[in-house]
Design a protein around this ligand. Structure first.
Ligand code: ASP
Length: 583
């Protein structure tokens, strides 16, 4: 028998018991007559003692053991003299009578402590050692708990988990596919799913009216901190539902998770139309932990001789409370900030609303005190506030002011990590015009239904139609998105046409779905939530990588197993593949 207890289990009630434990040596301390070893497993750490006076042989043996050796020990639980209140086993220690070395260990390439000396690269190469450290272990335990709570909630309301295949054919979710050559079907390829979208819709046609799956999805995109080439979604679909039913169901699930995981009672989930989100926050994933909404100033600011504003499509501002005290230097820095290429504003107009009621702005030449008072009134600014105004074409200006708003929110410490502000962004545009390809792209995906009241515009003015689509956003992070689906063959065919598919192409790629629509497809809709992102949010981090056991690095590689890698010529041949001229 390897163990009677785990290393996190024993306490004062176990004193005098004879126990057996197995685990890894966290560290050992040699204090002359006594040697102490901390033995670790997943559950905790237990202190082992060896006494030179009472058992010299064993003590000598213990002294020779290095970090991370795997031991099995037996001994008697005793009360400690100096207790350690920080750990659950801190009141006791084991007086060891027997040691068995189950395995030796090389000295690990970095210290396996909460704060390690190992750099990112070496820890990725030895991920299995990094996973022994508490911070990562806690992240994976959190992930496990969130997954369990998701399943428990959905199971409780009749959702059924169904697995869908990984070797499929391309689903147009907007990213590049990962492909897998088929040996048995020469010259053809599977694609790994970007999501199980078409399968979950087919399951609705099969009658499984509440489906979910914690499922891997694969997208060959450029990576960022919150992206991985393979990631996990909580993928769901429901039949006989309208948008409200889905929003209410997943609001319920989100509340359940926040209660169970963070003990936070989430109250309202406001619903904001996409057009309003863009107008008020310049973003389709607004952080509404703080206000500072955009205020349009076209009417007040144009035709006063300031050419920059006169020639702009949009003049918008935000009011940063209490920042009229900013110095010239601080303001210059802010101007530089918005001019960074990633943000790309040409300039920034600022107006200080001084405590004495006067205004000082960077455009005093063009605007009188009364003019600026009118801006302040419209922006509901108070003496002591700083108004920041950008102008230009609508899309760029909204985007730049969004970045500035978030920056000011950070500076004013309005983005508290422990406050959660969820919302639904609804009524997205159905289609998006793409200048490069000179055609419409689906804003969500091609299976999303138009809003019924705008259906009549689908033929004549498709660009004006809004979709029955929604995103769940928490603290400025898109946690999930979905839509009510098209379930009529003709409307689906019309969508494909708008997206530039010929009838043959649509038939070739999605004939199976359109045919399925002819066999009693129920009205349906669904959503997918980013599981990794949700877990990272619960953990208070932006980086999903720390919540995945074996993630890829920024170049999409797993340096531990050296993947991706070249394959043998014989394997290539078998797959009818040839690798050409790779530098
Ligand atoms: N398949 C969609 C996605 O992965 C989600 C959905 O529409 O249910 O974003």
């Amino acid at each position: 028998m390897y163990r009677t207890h785990s290393c996190g289990e024993l306490n004062i009630t176990n004193v005098s018991q004879e126990v057996t434990l197995s685990g890894w040596i966290q560290k050992s301390r040699d204090l002359g007559g006594m040697t102490f070893i901390d033995l670790r497993d997943r559950y905790g750490i237990t202190q082992l003692v060896f006494n030179m006076d009472t058992n010299a042989d064993l003590c000598q043996k213990a002294r020779k053991l290095g970090r991370e050796f795997v031991l099995k020990i037996s001994g008697i639980v005793t009360e400690r003299e100096s207790k350690n209140a920080k750990i659950s086993t801190g009141d006791i220690e084991i007086i060891v009578s027997e040691i068995k070395i189950l395995n030796a260990s090389k000295t690990p390439p970095f210290t396996i402590e909460n704060d390690t000396d190992g750099g990112e690269e070496i820890r990725m190469k030895y991920r299995y050692l990094d996973l022994r450290r508490n911070p990562l272990k806690e992240n994976l335990m959190l992930r496990n708990k969130v997954g369990f709570e998701v399943r428990s909630y959905l199971h409780g309301i009749d959702f059924m988990e169904v697995e869908t295949p990984y070797l499929i054919k391309s689903t147009p979710e907007g990213a590049r596919d990962f492909v897998v050559p088929s040996r048995m079907n020469p010259g053809t390829f599977y694609a790994l799913p970007q999501s199980p979208q078409t399968f979950k819709q087919l399951l609705m046609i099969s009658g499984y009216d509440r489906y979910y799956q914690l499922v891997k999805c694969f997208r060959d995109e450029d990576l960022r901190a919150d992206r991985q080439p393979e990631f996990t979604q909580i993928d769901c679909e429901m039949s006989f539902v309208e948008q409200d039913d889905i929003l209410n169901t997943f609001e319920g699930m989100t509340k359940h998770l926040f209660k169970k995981i963070k003990n936070v009672e989430m109250s309202g989930f406001p619903r904001i139309k996409y057009d309003d989100a863009m107008r008020l926050y310049g973003s389709d994933k607004p952080d509404i932990r703080f206000g500072m909404q955009f205020v349009e100033l076209n009417e007040l600011a144009q035709n006063k001789g300031f050419n920059v504003f006169d020639s702009a499509e949009l003049v918008i501002g935000i009011c940063a409370p209490g920042l009229a005290t900013y110095s010239r230097k601080q303001l210059d820095k802010l101007v530089k900030f918005v001019q960074k290429p990633q943000i790309g504003a040409k300039g920034l107009v600022y107006v200080k609303y001084n405590e004495d009621g006067s205004f000082k702005s960077s455009v005093d030449k063009f605007y009188s005190q009364e003019d600026l008072k009118a801006w302040a009134d419209k922006m509901e600014a108070k003496p002591g506030d700083l108004m920041l105004v950008l102008s230009g074409d609508t899309a760029h200006t909204q985007n730049a002011l969004n970045v500035l708003r978030l920056e000011m929110g950070d500076r004013l410490e309005l983005r508290d990590k422990n406050t959660y502000a969820p919302l639904w962004v609804i009524d997205f545009p159905l289609l998006e015009w793409n200048e490069d390809s000179k055609r419409y792209h689906a804003m969500h995906h091609p299976f999303t239904a138009p809003k019924p009241e705008e259906m009549h515009l689908l033929e004549s003015e498709p660009g004006k139609v809004h979709a029955n689509a929604y995103d769940l956003v928490i603290n400025g992070v898109e946690i999930g998105g979905g839509s009510i689906r098209i379930f009529d063959k003709d409307i689906q065919a019309q969508m494909f046409k708008h997206l530039g598919f010929t009838d043959e192409e649509a038939q070739e790629q999605f004939g199976f779905l359109m045919e399925a629509f002819e066999y009693g497809a129920p009205p349906h809709g669904g959503i997918a939530l980013g599981f990794d992102r949700l877990v990272a949010m619960f953990g208070g981090s932006d980086s999903i990588r720390d919540y995945i056991a074996f993630p890829k690095n920024n170049s999409g590689q797993d340096i531990m197993i050296s993947s991706p890698s070249a394959i043998a010529d014989a394997q290539l041949e078998e797959l009818f593949l040839e690798v050409k001229n790779i530098q």
